[in-house]
Design a protein around this ligand. Structure first.
Ligand SMILES: [Zn+2]
Length: 255
């Protein structure tokens, strides 16, 4: 994005003014801009382009240091009889409300329903992650609908008024979007992916990755998996480190 400064007469000059109020897109920023004459300034020949390559990012980084950042934690692929309770304990201890995107097939396991009942009672949101964790782009419309409805049958009593859906692998096409909408679902993906499932990020590499990504965002929706033992074990460390980094708030997703 570039702004135009007019009435500059000296050609081929790079320069930097002091602090300025700059406008980029719809936002106003305080920062220092690099200016340079454009080669093709045209008949006026007095036009300057504000080169903002990299600058917007620098300004954004600077602003991010000043504002409070929001973090929403989400846990997919559960419930898991051992790990989900550990995660619930950590969240309760730290008074954090998260979202659990559960799989229908895992809800059928004995004891799973009680776990999700507990999660719901403790203020967490329960979302639909389909029934069998398939890539829904490979399914027919009927199969997509069935994936959602079979899971809904098992979690309906825990679903919020505006129910949430996250497709497995974040994979969707227009059929998935349409059917989810038909069934009243809001599709919620993520913007922080620490890959807690990835052996290379275990046991704690995923925590560093999560924090790195959160620092670069005003509002993070972080995908974790309560199907992973190392996630259950490391969650307390993640929360403690994020809180220690200051200017982060764990927030409940507003529905
Ligand atoms: Zn998943």
């Amino acid at each position: 994005m570039a702004g135009i400064v007019r009435n500059w007469t000296e050609p081929r000059v790079n320069f930097q003014l002091g602090w300025e109020i700059l406008r980029f897109g719809s936002g106003w920023y305080i920062g220092k801009a690099q200016y340079q004459l454009t080669e093709d300034a045209g008949a006026g020949a007095n036009e300057m382009k504000v080169f903002s390559t990299g600058m917007k990012q620098r300004i954004r980084k600077m602003l991010l240091l000043c504002v409070r950042k929001q973090v929403i934690l989400t846990f997919d692929d559960g419930p898991h009889l051992s790990y989900t309770p550990l995660i619930l304990d950590v969240l309760r201890h730290h008074r954090i409300n998260a979202i659990f995107f559960v799989l229908g097939e895992r809800m059928q396991i004995r004891g799973a329903r009680e776990l999700i009942q507990r999660a719901s009672a403790e203020g967490h949101l329960i979302g639909n992650h389909g029934f069998s964790h398939v890539d829904m782009r490979k399914l027919s419309r009927d199969q997509i609908r069935s994936e959602l409805l079979r899971t809904r049958e098992l979690i309906a009593e825990f679903e919020p008024r505006r129910p949430l859906f996250r497709p497995p692998y974040g994979a969707y096409n227009s059929d998935v979007v349409e059917i989810a909408k038909e069934l009243g679902y809001e599709m919620l993906l993520w913007n922080v992916d620490p890959q807690d499932w990835n052996p290379k990020r275990k046991p704690t590499g995923w925590i560093d990755a999560a924090i790195d990504q959160m620092r670069a965002r005003r509002r993070s929706i972080c995908i974790c998996h309560d199907s992973q033992g190392t996630t259950a074990e490391g969650l307390d460390q993640l929360v403690t480190r994020v809180r220690a980094a200051s200017r982060f708030d764990f927030v409940r997703y507003a529905i």
